[in-house]
Write a protein that binds this ligand. Structure first.
Ligand code: AHG
Ligand code: MN
Ligand code: MN
Length: 334
């Protein structure tokens, strides 16, 4: 039998090799990993755990919250409050930042998360997930403010996501490649199952919600028209399409076999460019995709170079196989 490497062992060995994962960051990642196990457990109960359906409340983006959005948010907050590794947290599901209660020590990291990604897929038993991003608190910050979180994605020290699907996996980067762990459900342990994932530079698969095509701007319309033209078109090959409607699952497919994922801005609400959120979705996924040799832009620039202006800001997203992301980005720049 091949030797199994746990998440803890992997993190300790990475620290020994590259001296990049201080013990507080390791604790943070392990706590997030533990929270994802709890979320996976709740998700897996489905109707038996009375976790399906709407919570009949709205989040700050005006989206109706599902019960599991709220449960997952609570699990992540509770798990991360007391360890002393965090200065503050921010979540897609909370309007303002979450401070660490006075009774616990404050650490030097800040955690941001989309507690449950793919909410529309919960009740239909399709893969969903959790996305997280880790920043360092600015030196001498004192009481954390929203401003402290507004750092470009290039400043992330770690990012990851969990997918709750046929298998539960945790995909992680600390800036030293991308590694995947599979949850051993009997043992309750994350086991390293793939090291240094690489996204192929070329692909024949794309992901976009085509029902929005009448609202697209010309560069996206041009690109998708070319994809659909296949072998006879300017790209000279046939493309296949996939759209799970859970970003975690679409990105995980791209990490596994390549592809391009797009959620563009469109003409509907120019003040809300696109649907995805820079701080909880685009930045962590961009970090992971770049670490796996792919690319991630907003059509104009690298996502991780964007200076955030608001915690809940939205951003157009083009990410995945490098050559295709570069092509659609060039169409925007022309
Ligand atoms: P969330 O459930 O966290 O709000 O995110 C859903 C996002 C993303 O996961 C997915 O790619 C996209 O919304 C799907 O959007 P459409 O319903 O427009 O296809
Ligand atoms: Mn999401
Ligand atoms: Mn969400």
């Amino acid at each position: 039998m091949t030797k199994r490497i746990s998440l803890t062992q992997h993190l300790i060995e990475q620290q020994r090799l590259h001296n990049k994962i201080p013990s507080e960051l390791r604790l943070l990642i392990e706590v997030v990993g533990r929270a994802c196990k709890s979320i996976s457990h709740a998700v897996g109960k489905g109707a038996l755990g009375e976790v399906l359906g709407s919570a009949e409340s709205e989040n700050v983006q005006g989206e109706v919250q599902k019960k599991l959005d709220i449960i997952s948010n609570e699990i992540l907050l509770e798990a991360n409050e007391w360890g002393g590794h965090l200065a503050a947290m921010a979540s897609e599901e909370m309007e303002t930042i979450h401070l660490i209660p006075n009774r616990y020590p404050m650490g030097e990291y800040m955690l941001l998360f989309d507690p449950l990604d793919g909410s529309s897929n919960i009740d239909v038993n399709v893969s969903i997930g959790t996305i997280f991003s880790v920043l360092k608190a600015p030196e001498g910050m004192g009481t954390p403010t929203e401003q402290a979180f507004l750092q470009p994605g290039a400043k992330q020290v770690a990012a990851g996501y969990a997918v709750y699907g046929p298998q539960t996996v945790l995909v992680l980067t600390t800036g030293d490649g991308v590694h995947c762990f599979t949850l051993d459900r009997e043992m309750g342990a994350w086991v390293l199952t793939q090291k240094n994932i690489q996204i192929p530079a070329d692909t024949k698969e794309f992901a976009i919600n085509v029902s929005n095509s009448r609202h697209w701007y010309p560069p996206v319309s041009r690109y998708v028209t070319e994809l659909l033209a296949g072998k006879e078109g300017p790209l000279g090959k046939d493309f296949n399409m996939r759209w799970v409607a859970s970003m975690v699952a679409d990105v995980h497919r791209i990490l596994t076999r390549g592809g391009i994922f797009m959620y563009p801005a469109d003409a509907r609400e120019p003040e809300k460019p696109g649907k995805l959120r820079l701080m909880y979705e685009a930045n962590p996924m961009a970090f992971i995709v770049e670490q796996a040799g792919g690319a991630a832009t907003n059509g104009q620039q690298r996502i991780m170079d964007i200076q955030p202006e608001k915690l809940h800001q939205r951003v157009p997203v083009f990410l995945g196989s490098k050559n295709e992301v570069e092509r659609v980005t060039a169409y925007h720049q022309q």
